[in-house]
Design a binder for this molecule. Structure first.
Ligand code: GDP
Ligand code: MG
Length: 597
């Protein structure tokens, strides 16, 4: 296709503001999907996506569209993942486009995530088309929110398009606006091929399907390609476009968007952000912006049934085929047995992975409290990277560095007080505050990531009646006064409960955990002290008093069969007990103590 007739765009929207529904209307309007084949949210393929209404993996679809000038254009809609955990993937999808539709619910207004992604789009010099959706809703306030959007992006309120993705009103105008406002791609047709990978998906039948946007030159079938970050070369088996099903083509030229199949079986060999070139006469310079995926949050995952350990390992290996950001290594815990320490991009990534393990592989899992990655510098100058609190080094520590984030919070102005209180309690530092309109503010904070992974979203929602939204991006490391708190049963540390916390919060963590465990662990034949300690200094203590445990005392008289049943039951129960030193702890106690509620 002539690049002058190509428009590459994405839709930036908050969850539920109607991105999938709008994509559906575009598929229908351009005739790519016939009306009778239409089902809601056509492009959302993964079950969990549908259920949670979020887009995890982006897709790209090619829409032929005859505009008002009677020319037929190729519109490539590149779907961006909508969640903070995937901000790097979002940035790569944006880099594949020249324009973005800023889609905002006309009854809700813009949200923090959308605003953060809008800033990303502006940094990438994309043309922005502001659109209010759901104007069919009685609660819609298109005038109010048009003014707000105009204020944010610096346009006139009447330049904000008003559509209903549900009824289709305004969608054709929107497509014409894309043709008119989004610049066509520019690139050098005769240069060596360079294409950017913006997504990479594992398919059981076809291996890895790599989505690319060609910047320069041309990628054809029957040539060997090279991944520029590693130099690895692969045979090209198929090149195609999605419209809306995969369709083979002879090649992809400047500005075109499509997929490649090379026979690799693992998305880590085909990474988002990498540059694809030809193996012979390849380009010498990569496209800018490549970054290795970097796990930010770690958690131990353990099967509740010890015998499921090999199943869990297989399952993690399978998920990794489709998830270059997932890392794991075997780990043993005195309390939880054999499991894996897993690294994730963020909390949602953790949750999704866990849900998929449980659902697709039928596993029951316990996960330890999520923690971030710490850099510990000792007085003798040695450095440790700590991804597991129980591995926090002993000895003379000089400084501990923790990852920080830049957070953007958006809320009705009534909630400024509660938000400040929450962020200050989480060691946040206010960087700035702006009114988006009379009654909505944007607040910018730097915060330790560790303070966000622990129940921040829930707190934010409950303190603002659900009206506030948060987005964040990594912003380097910072030294802080952090200590490891151990929880000990009869003097033995329970590894799964060790935590790295700020010194000011060590005491409350200790008190809370020891209290919880006192309630959860049944009385034993001897007294069991539960302690919280920093190094050898005890900061909190509870006691479980001794009992003579005799289940048979419940049976009056001599009902032998009843007695036998009880003894068997007790044996059965023992299997579910974990020994910590001499102390028997029911597995349930660990599960309950580790859940955040
Ligand atoms: P996404 O999360 O941004 O992909 O949003 P969806 O497309 O899944 O839409 C979220 C919800 O809003 C769904 O229940 C849609 O049916 C509904 N919705 C989307 N667009 C419109 C619209 O224009 N009008 C109305 N009334 N509802 C809409
Ligand atoms: Mg969606």
């Amino acid at each position: 296709t002539d690049p002058a007739l190509i428009r590459n765009f994405c839709i930036i929207a908050h969850i539920d503001h109607g991105k999938s529904t709008l994509a559906d209307r575009m598929l229908q309007l351009t005739g790519v999907v016939e009306d009778r084949q239409m089902r809601a949210q056509y492009l959302d393929r993964m079950d969990i996506e549908r259920e949670r209404g979020i887009t995890i993996k982006s897709q790209a679809v090619r829409l032929p569209f005859t505009a008002l000038d009677d020319e037929t254009y190729v519109l490539n809609l590149i779907d961006t993942p909508g969640h903070v955990d995937f901000s790097y993937e979002v940035s790569r999808s944006l880099a594949a486009c020249e324009g973005a539709i800023l889609l905002v619910d006309a009854a809700q207004g813009i949200e923090a995530q959308t605003l953060a992604n809008l800033y990303l789009a502006l940094e990438n010099d994309l043309a922005i088309i502001p659109v209010l959706n759901k104007i069919d809703l009685p609660a819609a306030q298109p005038e109010k929110y048009a003014a707000e959007l105009a204020n944010i992006i610096g346009c006139e309120p009447d330049e904000v398009l008003k559509v209903s993705a549900k009824t289709g009103v305004g969608v054709e105008e929107l497509l014409n606006e894309i043709v008119g406002k989004v610049p066509p791609p520019v690139g050098e047709a005769d240069a060596p091929a360079r294409a950017m990978i913006f997504d990479s998906v594992y398919d059981t039948y076809r291996g890895v399907v790599t989505y690319v946007r060609v910047v320069d030159g041309r990628l054809g079938t029957r040539e060997r390609i090279a991944m520029m970050s590693t130099g690895a070369t692969h045979e090209m088996l198929e090149v195609g476009v999605i419209s809306p099903e995969p369709t083979k083509v002879e090649g992809l030229g400047v500005g075109e968007v499509g997929y490649l199949i090379t026979g690799v079986k693992d998305v880590r060999q085909s990474r988002v952000g990498d540059t694809v070139t030809s193996a012979t006469k390849g380009a010498s310079e990569m496209l800018a912006g490549y970054r290795d995926p970097k796990p930010m949050v770690f958690s131990g995952l353990y099967p509740i049934e010890g015998t499921d350990y090999p199943v869990l390992r297989d399952a993690l290996e399978k998920l990794q085929l489709n998830d270059a950001a997932l890392v794991f290594e075997p780990e043993t815990s005195a309390a939880l047995g054999f499991g894996f320490r897993c690294g994730f991009l963020g909390l949602l990534h953790l949750e999704i992975t866990r849900a998929r393990l449980e659902r697709e592989f039928n596993l029951d899992l316990i996960s330890t409290a999520p923690n971030v990655v710490y850099q510990v510098i000792m007085e003798d100058g040695t450095e440790h990277t700590v991804t597991n609190p129980s591995e926090f080094p002993e000895g003379k520590i000089d400084t501990v560095h923790e990852p920080m984030v830049k957070g953007t919070l958006l809320a009705p102005s009534d909630f400024v007080g509660p938000i400040m209180e929450l962020c200050q309690g989480r060691r946040g530092v206010l960087q700035g505050m702006d009114y988006l309109s009379e009654d909505r503010v944007e607040m910018r904070y730097t915060l330790p990531l560790a303070e966000i992974v622990f129940d921040f979203f829930d707190q934010l929602k409950s303190r603002t009646k659900g009206y506030a939204s948060l987005d964040y991006e990594p912003s380097g490391d910072q030294a802080a006064d952090l200590v490891k708190v151990d929880i000990l049963l009869q003097g033995e540390a329970v590894d799964a409960f060790s935590a790295i916390v700020h010194r000011d919060k060590a005491y409350s963590y200790g008190v809370e955990m020891t209290k919880k465990l006192r309630e959860l662990i049944p009385r034993q034949h001897y007294e069991v002290p539960i302690q919280a300690a920093i190094g050898s200094r005890v900061i909190a203590r509870e006691n479980i008093r001794a009992i003579r445990k005799d289940v048979l005392s419940k049976c009056y008289g001599g009902d032998i069969s009843r007695k036998r049943k009880l003894l068997e039951k007790q044996k059965e129960g023992k299997k579910r007990m974990k020994m910590v030193g001499r102390v028997e702890v029911p597995q349930e106690a660990f599960i309950t103590a580790l859940s955040t509620e």
